[in-house]
Write a protein that binds this ligand. Sequence first.
Ligand SMILES: [Zn+2]
Length: 296
Amino acid sequence: MACVDVPDKQAPSYRGRLAPSPTGLLHIGHACTFWTAYQRALARKGTLVFRNEDLDPQRSKPEFTHTMIEDLKWLGVRWQEGPDIGGPFAPYEQSQRRKYYLAAWRRLRDSGHIYPCSCSRKDLAMSAAAPNEGDDEPLYPGTCRVKVGDARGYDLPAGVNWRFRVPDGEAIPFNDLRQGPQRFVAGNDFGDFVVWRRDDVPAYQLAVVVDDATMRITEVVRGADLLKSTARQLLLLRALALPLPSYYHCDLIRDPEGVRLAKRHDALSLRALRERGCSPQQVLEMCGRLVQSQIA
Ligand SMILES: [Zn+2]
């Protein structure tokens, strides 16, 4: 009897991603997150995609791309698609993927989900809305919301900020595979967020959902500092009718003083640890200890 291989349509094969920005040296917090992403892909016999998030031309530096790739390989992380090896969803550099972001911008413009915002930094600073603690973007007061109808007058996004109009009061729940059930309320926990910047750079939120969808990512593994951004991204995915990935947000790692590790902690960069003679095994053990000490 012939053996017929019936593919399981319910369970698409696992596709994860590593998505570092070449704006500095990778530190031990990145190492923990990327190692987790690698292990989850490995355990599911999945594919891991390396995506270079070099969207910001001011902050991205080619030398950091080289260092990132080198440091992750040194640590033992392996991927099957990426800028260094190619793959079916190339290019894997965000700076080369503008046409995808532009197509998404057009869809959002045509469907009325976004509007041009001409508020200056000063306008925003003077508005009553205070920046939300621990988040990157202050609550937008909605001054330019009335301009939804103006959006169609723009053939290209450059020159103004483009904001996504969030459904005020709607709770955005999702289950995080590491952090458990999450719930953020649009218009309260976050406001109308930028999807395209005045200087003609697509914003992180837009680029990430477009890339995750077009690269067929099934699970997003990243740091817990992006939990709230997930709610924004779920709204964008819905507006663009794109499939939703699963989410796994790693615990944030803090230094002994309780300060979140950032790229400025150069002493804890993989580069510095290597230069001090640390082995990959020692770095991974350090990751394990740091995570444990925060749970305890
Ligand atoms: Zn505005």
